[in-house]
Design a protein around this ligand. Structure first.
Ligand code: ATP
Ligand code: MG
Length: 140
């Protein structure tokens, strides 16, 4: 298995409910390491650019509004097959469909306020990590 890095975001519904530690405990228990981390408030422009792939979708405006509604924690996770491992630990987009034990099953409020983001491919992970972090901010 290859060591990879992926971008994770703890979303505003989770920071609001003080869940950052419980969420990161799941990543660490599964062997992923947090090698960069910052708590920020996304601007509208940043949220629109980050989720630009979804700009034609009916939920886009709501998603941007939600992602800018409170603090987020942006972080880089490192480990074996980190992109897929993070997605497994997160669970399905809609918490109603998420497996027991996943972050979204345990913590998500609904399909929009679903507590975490994770890159969906190695290529997107590289672009999303570079969106938030310079190489010197990532300490493995
Ligand atoms: P993310 O990209 O945040 O990791 P994902 O890859 O599981 O989530 P995407 O299809 O990329 O899901 O959707 C991006 C985000 O948009 C979702 O996590 C959720 O917050 C929101 N979203 C997706 N589908 C819907 C929907 N039908 N209604 C409302 N919000 C949605
Ligand atoms: Mg996605």
């Amino acid at each position: 298995m290859a060591t990879e890095r992926t971008l994770s975001i703890i979303k505003p519904d989770a920071t609001r409910r003080n869940l950052t530690g419980l969420i990161n405990a799941k990543f660490e228990a599964a062997g992923l390491r947090i090698v960069a981390q910052r708590r920020i408030r996304l601007s509208q422009g940043q949220a629109e650019a980050f989720y630009g792939v979804h700009k034609e979708r009916p939920f886009f405006a709501g998603l941007v509004s939600f992602m800018t509604s409170g603090p987020v924690v942006v972080q880089v996770l490192e480990g074996d097959d980190a992109v897929a491992a993070n997605r497994r630990i997160m669970g399905a987009t809609n918490p109603a469909n998420a497996e027991p034990g996943t972050i979204r099953k345990e913590f998500a409020e609904d399909i929009e306020a679903n507590s975490v983001h994770g890159s969906d491919s190695a290529e997107n992970a590289a672009a999303e990590i570079a969106f938030f972090f310079t190489p010197d901010e990532i300490v493995g």
